[in-house]
Design a binder for this molecule. Structure first.
Ligand SMILES: [Zn+2]
Length: 239
């Protein structure tokens, strides 16, 4: 995809520090330029961060982006400095950054790095009250003709309400919130969440351009096959 905006030719000859200095001046024209340090760090993911301490600006960029083209580094500068100074990020930059991160080769590299560096916590499938392996196999037989390969199954460390379930393709793992491993929680609610994550295993995320389609139409259609779907969703609201 080609972006319609024209890029300043200068951009391609700037160091990352110079890019950050220029973006800083664009966002804070009257503030004296702080001392700047831009480093590429080995993170387990593509997260980058910026901090301002004692008048010194420190930018830490995931080394996944070490080989990224200058316009992508510039876009990230607008995103990070925008966040730091609570300025809205122009859509053009947000879009450009997302487009790059969604590139197939970049995503594959990010997955690999996560696999190698990420020491993801993973409990076994057996909780105190429920066994995810049993639930998986029951649902597998009922809805997938038993054909779904079993991924790693585990409980989250914390009883999170924000994320009830999660399929992690890098680790081929389904993680379920501990909140479900309690005596009072209806089994149907837990089954539905496991089923939902199994659908993520069955229907991988569709990356089309900058858009990430997680719940595709076929995903939604397949989800409707879950018996007592509405009842289960209602239960989740009352957790
Ligand atoms: Zn989902």
């Amino acid at each position: 995809m080609i972006e319609s905006e024209s890029l300043p030719a200068l951009l391609f000859f700037e160091t990352p520090e110079e890019i950050y200095a220029r973006v800083f001046r664009a966002l804070r024209p009257r503030t004296p330029l702080p001392e700047m340090r831009v480093e590429f760090c080995q993170f387990a993911n593509a997260d980058s961060s910026v901090s301002l301490r004692d008048g010194r600006l420190r930018v830490r960029i995931s080394d996944l982006l070490a080989g990224a083209p200058a316009p992508v580094i510039e876009a990230l500068a607008f995103i990070l400095l925008g966040k730091l100074y609570r300025k809205p990020v122009p859509r053009m930059y947000a879009h450009r950054y997302r487009l790059y991160m969604n590139r197939r080769d970049v995503r594959r590299q990010a997955d690999l790095v996560r696999q190698i560096r990420g020491r993801k916590f993973l409990s076994g499938p057996a909780g105190e009250h429920h066994n995810l392996e049993e639930i998986f196999e029951r649902l597998n037989a009922q809805y997938f003709d038993g054909l779904l390969g079993r991924p790693q199954l585990g409980w989250s460390r914390q009883a999170a309400r924000g994320m009830l379930g999660h399929f992690d393709p890098a680790h081929n793992a389904i993680i379920i919130s501990r909140i479900f491993d309690r005596p009072g929680v209806p089994p149907l609610a837990l089954e539905y969440v496991v089923f939902h994550e199994m659908l993520h295993l069955r229907f991988p995320v569709n990356h089309a351009g900058a858009r990430r389609r997680v719940h595709t139409r076929e995903f939604r259609e397949a989800e409707k096959k879950f018996s007592r779907l509405r009842e289960a969703k209602e239960m989740l609201k009352r957790l």
